[in-house]
Structures are given as structure tokens and as C-alpha cells.
Design a protein around this ligand. Structure first.
Ligand SMILES: *[C@@H]1O[C@H](CO)[C@@H](O)[C@H](O)[C@H]1NC(C)=O
Ligand SMILES: *[C@@H]1O[C@H](CO)[C@@H](O)[C@H](O)[C@H]1NC(C)=O
Ligand SMILES: *[C@@H]1O[C@H](CO)[C@@H](O)[C@H](O)[C@H]1NC(C)=O
Length: 228
């Protein structure tokens, strides 16, 4: 009886060890790694380069470090898109360092669009609090999943997939995005392809889009307005 019980315990320990070894690398692919201390307020000015940011000396951390009052302030204005974006990531709010989360607020005028983009490091929960927003994302099978959301409704966007939001209401729209990364990153498809530095050569794009150079050059000449 005694032997049987200890055999089972050893078996369990071996299994748990095996599972944790297998899962650790997977976990680091779909979300930020977990913290190894209570907090690690980012020292954004440190010359040390690590994955994330080094910690500010904990002796110098106060309640103010964990407080962010910038959400109602103006973020980045994208006039051409009729949207304003306020990012609350580790750069804006250093206390998020190692905590694995962040958020954005996006304001939309009628017709405003948050154009097709990806977040390479995060899943996104989109919460609409005002107006009427068309939210869509495309799977790797090229299926468009979409909803028209109104206040209080939420859509989830899996990590790394192309997605967008468009204000389809008559008034303004407001939405908040929540991410499981302190630094989800953003890559907008149009400027990534048509306004990179240096530019992607025309032959790459004429083949990719099956159109001629005139059309590619026209898009290139207009895509730079999408970068603030
Ligand atoms: C912590 O704060 C003290 C007093 O303000 C300052 O002298 C010291 O340089 C700070 N240390 C760090 C690591 O920021
Ligand atoms: C963005 O902010 C500017 C400056 O406050 C404001 O004039 C504009 O109406 C805002 N746009 C949206 C879409 O809320
Ligand atoms: C490029 O393609 C467009 C659309 O098919 C066509 O109207 C135009 O004449 C073409 N331009 C050149 C230079 O081939």
C-alpha cells in the first residue's frame, strides 16, 4: 500500500516535470513570460538590453509607479483614417513590464477605420463602449470572422492574425483593446508592404498582387499617410 502510493507520487512528479518542460517553450510563444518577482517597473532609460526592460530599483518604486492617468489624454491622431489611438503599453506605463498585459483606446469619427494590422505578440480582446463598430479578423484559412459590435460587446482576435475595425455607425465610436502582452507590437499591412524603408521593389509587389507597376506605384505614393 505504502509502496504503491509512493510509486504513484513519483510517477506524478515525473509527469509534471515532463509536462512543464514541454509547455515552457510553447508558453513563451503565445504570451509574455511570467514575472519572477512581484513587480519590475521598467527602467526605460537603462543601457542594458534584455527581453523586456530591466527593473527600476524597487527601493525607489512608489504607488505612483502603478498609476496611469493618461488614458483620457490625446494619443496619436490619424487624420487620414479618422481615428485617434491611445496606447497604454510598457512604453507609456512602465509598471506593465513583466506583467504580460496592456491596453489601447481607439476613438473613431463616422467612417473611421483602424486599418488591417497584426499584433505579433498578443491576443486581443476588443470591447466597444460607444457606437457601432465592424470588427473582423482573417484566419490562416482566409476565413473572415466578423461582428458588428455595439456598447458592451466583445470580440476576441487570436494572436498574429490580420484584423481591423471600421465605424459603421452614424456617430462616433469608441473601443478599448486589451492584450496579453506588455508590448503587443503592431504591423499595419498597407505601410508594411507599400511604405517600408527602403521600399519593397516593384517586381515583388506586381507579382504578389498580380497588377502592373503603375498601380503599385500609385499605392506606394499614398500609403505613407498611414504612418503618423
Ligand atoms: C533612488 O533614489 C535615490 C534618492 O532619490 C537616488 O539617490 C538614487 O539614485 C535612486 N536609485 C536608483 C537606482 O534610481
Ligand atoms: C482626435 O483628436 C483631435 C484633437 O483633440 C480631435 O480634434 C479629433 O476630433 C479627434 N478624432 C477622433 C476620431 O476622435
Ligand atoms: C496597368 O493596369 C491598369 C489596370 O489593368 C491599366 O488600366 C493600365 O493601362 C496598366 N498600365 C500599364 C502601364 O500597363
Amino acid at each position: 500500500m505504502q509502496n504503491m502510493a509512493s510509486y504513484n507520487v513519483i510517477h506524478l512528479v515525473i509527469w509534471l516535470t515532463f509536462l512543464s518542460l514541454v509547455q515552457l517553450p510553447m508558453r513563451s510563444h503565445c504570451a509574455d513570460p511570467g514575472p519572477l518577482q512581484d513587480f519590475c517597473v521598467a527602467d526605460l532609460n537603462s543601457p542594458v538590453l534584455v527581453n523586456g526592460f530591466p527593473c527600476k530599483n524597487p527601493a525607489n518604486v512608489t504607488s505612483n509607479d502603478f498609476f496611469f492617468d493618461g488614458l483620457q489624454k490625446l494619443g496619436t491622431v490619424f487624420d487620414a483614417l479618422n481615428v485617434n489611438l491611445t496606447e497604454v503599453d510598457v512604453f507609456a506605463f512602465p509598471a506593465l513590464n513583466t506583467l504580460g498585459m496592456s491596453m489601447n483606446r481607439v476613438q473613431f469619427h463616422p467612417g473611421g477605420e483602424n486599418p488591417p494590422h497584426i499584433h505579433p505578440r498578443a491576443t486581443e480582446l476588443s470591447l466597444v463602449t460607444e457606437g457601432k463598430l465592424f470588427v473582423g479578423w482573417v484566419s490562416t484559412a482566409y476565413t473572415l470572422n466578423w461582428k458588428i459590435l455595439t456598447a458592451g460587446q466583445v470580440f476576441v482576435i487570436p494572436p498574429g492574425l490580420v484584423h481591423f475595425q471600421l465605424n459603421v455607425g452614424k456617430g462616433n465610436a469608441l473601443f478599448y483593446a486589451f492584450f496579453n502582452s506588455q508590448n503587443p507590437g503592431i504591423s499595419k499591412i498597407a505601410p508594411a508592404l507599400f511604405a517600408s524603408t527602403p521600399l519593397i521593389p516593384d517586381p515583388v509587389l506586381t507579382t504578389a498582387f498580380n497588377v502592373n507597376k503603375t498601380i503599385i506605384d500609385l499605392i506606394k505614393s499614398r500609403a505613407s499617410v498611414l504612418i503618423p
